[in-house]
Design a protein around this ligand. Structure first.
Ligand SMILES: *Cc1c(COP(=O)(O)O)cnc(C)c1O
Length: 355
């Protein structure tokens, strides 16, 4: 990767790096020294700039606070285990998806020079913030919100785009227990489920909390119409190995089109596995658990890469799933992905951007 110096930079006077204990990083609480900020006004973007991480001055009438016109992305930078480089996994896909979310939320597209070149420049500047502890990485959060100070409901005329970064440890070290959600709905046909927009997550917090009070980590959302088909988890897509087939819900408009999902499906097909992207009935999955044909269940997402699902709760019954060690596909794909992301496996698909 050529790292340009396209964006003006104001550096911190003193780095906060010496205060960080990289052996003990809480998720999402520590931020690196710098952030990128760009503004959209009068129909166009300024070129953006990189400045010290800090608070934003906001009017209480800022449109996004009231109406939620707000989108984000999430990706990770890893320290290569084989050379002195920082590795980004498929950031071009995040860029593409970000602007697809922008379209759905009636927001302007962010130019490639700001999102991609700015991202590379920011990560390069704060490269010492990328942890080299195993399992750790630098989480990157690009986001955009409506910035007008105006209480009327209309598309905002001004927007802010930012990228902040945060060193993180393992997200889900433990296998997860999930509950099938039969009442609440995350996303419906024609809604915003495929967009990474703030409102989707706001709507999911209450049902997720109810499930957590019953001892589950996450929900398995079902379709909004009948609650009979499994869609995805709160921040992960979900896959099942039933018999020898890898099965997952199709990427329609009510599920997030995960980059990890897409990557896992690509690898599975290359490895000769039969892959089915089709509606997945709750009934089918529970029957497969009961008759022993369900071999694996897991979530896919940037945060956890692969999160093994160890139990599925439905209607008061918990179904325990096969032991993690027996899960051939998900263990293999986790190893492959982690290897590619950390530079010790061949990147045959050019998924890695090096900085
Ligand atoms: C971000 C996200 C995912 C995972 O997408 P990746 O691109 O693989 O990180 C899945 N579901 C939801 C609801 C998400 O927000």
């Amino acid at each position: 990767m050529e790292i340009g110096q396209a964006l003006p930079v104001e550096k911190v006077k003193q780095s906060r790096l010496p205060q960080v204990d990289f052996n003990n990083i809480p998720f999402g609480k520590i931020y690196s020294d710098h952030m990128l900020v760009a503004e959209f006004k009068n129909g166009q973007w300024d070129g953006g700039k990189i400045i010290p991480f800090g608070d934003l001055p906001l009017s209480p009438a800022t449109s996004t606070i009231h109406y939620g016109q707000s989108i984000f992305e999430g990706l990770k930078a890893y320290k290569s285990e084989t050379e002195d480089k920082v590795l980004l996994f498929r950031p071009d896909e995040n860029f593409k998806r970000f602007n697809e979310s922008a379209t759905r939320l009636c927001m302007p597209h962010v130019p490639e020079e700001v999102f991609m070149d700015g991202l590379f420049q920011l990560v390069n500047l704060d490269r010492e913030w990328v942890p080299n502890t195993p399992g750790c990485s630098l989480y990157i959060r690009p986001f955009m919100f409506a910035a007008d100070a105006y209480l009327g409901l209309k598309p905002s005329d001004s927007y802010k785009f930012l990228i902040i970064t945060s060193p993180v440890g393992d997200y889900y070290a433990e296998p997860v227990r999930v509950k099938i959600e039969r009442h609440y709905t995350r996303a419906a046909k024609g809604g915003t489920g495929y967009a990474k927009c703030a409102g989707n997550y706001a709507a999911s917090i209450y049902p997720a909390k109810l499930a957590q009070e019953k001892g589950y980590h996450q929900l398995l959302w079902t379709d909004g119409a009948k609650h009979e088909f499994i869609e995805e988890a709160g921040s992960m897509n979900v896959m099942f190995v039933i018999g020898d087939k890898l099965i997952t819900a199709p990427a329609g408009d009510s599920i997030l089109h995960g980059i990890t999902r897409k990557t896992v499906l690509t690898l599975a097909k290359e490895w000769g596995m039969e892959v089915e992207e089709r509606p997945v009935e709750v009934k089918e999955v529970l029957e497969a658990v009961k008759n022993g044909t369900l071999k694996e269940a897991f979530g896919t997402g940037t945060a956890a890469t692969i999160a093994h699902i160890i139990a599925i709760g439905d209607d008061g019954t918990d179904y325990e799933l096969p032991a993690i060690e027996t899960r051939e596909f998900s263990n293999k794909v986790l190893k492959e992905l982690t290897g590619i992301q950390r530079g010790n496996k061949e990147d045959a698909h050019n998924w890695i951007f090096k900085i």
